[in-house]
Design a protein around this ligand. Structure first.
Ligand code: AMP
Length: 340
């Protein structure tokens, strides 16, 4: 289950959280504890937070939110968690809501633990913590049992009082709670998550009231993680319908003044024509000369005997054999070959 324990300092959030860890098997996430660990480690964050905590004021939201974000990323919160001391103002509540939505792990219930102011002052005044095992006692209401030993050292619990649990600071812390934290009751009521229990009286009785509320609520099925915020997409210009590529527009012919006037061009054309004509005439003239010369030469020479080809000769032979009319030819040529 994912639970927020809401209530003023001294209302028993830490004590009841310890019991829920055992009964529900889910971790407690206390921003007060995380900050105290940072202070003890003398980390930058701890040094910055210490004076604010000692004065009973709220540590900067950015620091606390960063711590919570890191803590909720650990695998042990898979089955749920108990938030103790967080959120403590409206902006933290809104940030938590967004973070859990992103993780797909919305809260199941917010339990407001109601305790009378006078009782709160008495409880805070009597609160003591074991330096070694970290267990919280109250010298008035829940002191260590007789002979009880610290599981860390095996000796007696080494109890100390938190620096912000002194009377002067307690008044400031209650004031801060009234102003900054109590409006969260309405915030969660509006979301249907708020349950209230009477957190005064015997510790076990308070635990059973708390468990009854949790049992009545039950865990919500884990929601699907909110889709990661879509990255701001570059706004693309609306797609334009396809248009055939425009044919390149012919450049308007720049009106260049004609280099030569048209008449000059015509004159040039006619010159060319006449040159070609004269070349042709002279070629014809020399060709005619050659032809005349060849004719004169031919007239002087006797006419050449007609060449009789082999094929023609054999054809004649065949013809003569078939007809035996050789005399005609004989008369003509006077030369008839005898057949063998
Ligand atoms: P707690 O142990 O929850 O009473 O917290 C002790 C001190 O730690 C507070 O008085 C604040 O100074 C600081 N603190 C714890 N939780 C928060 C928180 N969620 N926002 C701001 N300061 C916080």
């Amino acid at each position: 289950m994912r639970i927020v324990l809401l209530g003023p300092p001294g209302s028993g959030k830490g004590t009841q959280s310890q019991r829920l860890i055992k009964s529900h098997g889910i971790p407690q996430i206390s921003t007060g504890d995380l900050l105290r660990a940072a202070v003890a480690a003398h980390s930058k964050l701890g040094i910055a937070a210490k004076s604010v905590m000692d004065a009973g004021k709220l540590v900067d939201d950015a620091i606390v939110l960063g711590m919570i974000q890191e803590r909720l990323a650990l695998p042990d919160v898979a089955n749920g968690f108990i938030l103790d001391g967080f959120p403590r103002n409206l902006s933290q509540a809104a940030a938590l809501e967004g973070l859990l939505q992103e993780l797909g792990q919305p809260l199941d219930v917010v339990v407001l633990m109601q305790v009378d102011n006078q009782e709160l002052v008495r409880r805070i005044g009597g609160r003591r913590t074991c330096r070694n095992c970290g267990r919280v006692f109250n010298v008035f209401t829940s002191p260590p049992a007789a002979g009880e030993t610290c599981p860390k050292t095996g000796g007696e619990h080494d109890l100390f009082q938190r620096p912000d649990d002194n009377e002067a600071t307690v008044a400031d812390r209650l004031k801060v709670y009234d102003e900054k934290t109590s409006p969260l009751a309405d915030f969660y009521d509006a979301r249907g998550l708020l349950r209230k229990i009477n957190a005064e009286g015997d510790l076990d009785v308070v635990t059973s009231r708390l468990e009854a509320v949790l049992a009545a609520t039950g865990p919500k099925p884990a929601a699907r993680p909110a889709a990661a915020k879509p990255r701001a997409r570059k706004k693309m210009p609306a797609r334009q319908p396809r248009v055939p590529a425009a044919k390149p527009v012919a450049k308007p012919a720049t009106k260049r003044p004609a280099k030569r006037p048209v008449r000059k061009a015509a004159a040039k054309k006619s010159t060319l024509k006449s040159t070609l004509q004269s070349a042709l005439n002279s070629a014809l003239k020399s060709a005619r000369k050659l032809v005349k010369k060849a004719a004169k030469k031919a007239a002087r020479k006797p006419a050449p005997r007609r060449a009789v080809t082999r094929a023609k000769k054999s054809a004649l032979r065949v013809k003569a054999k078939g007809t035996r009319k050789a005399p005609a030819r004989k008369q003509a040529t006077g030369k008839v070959r005898r057949h063998r």
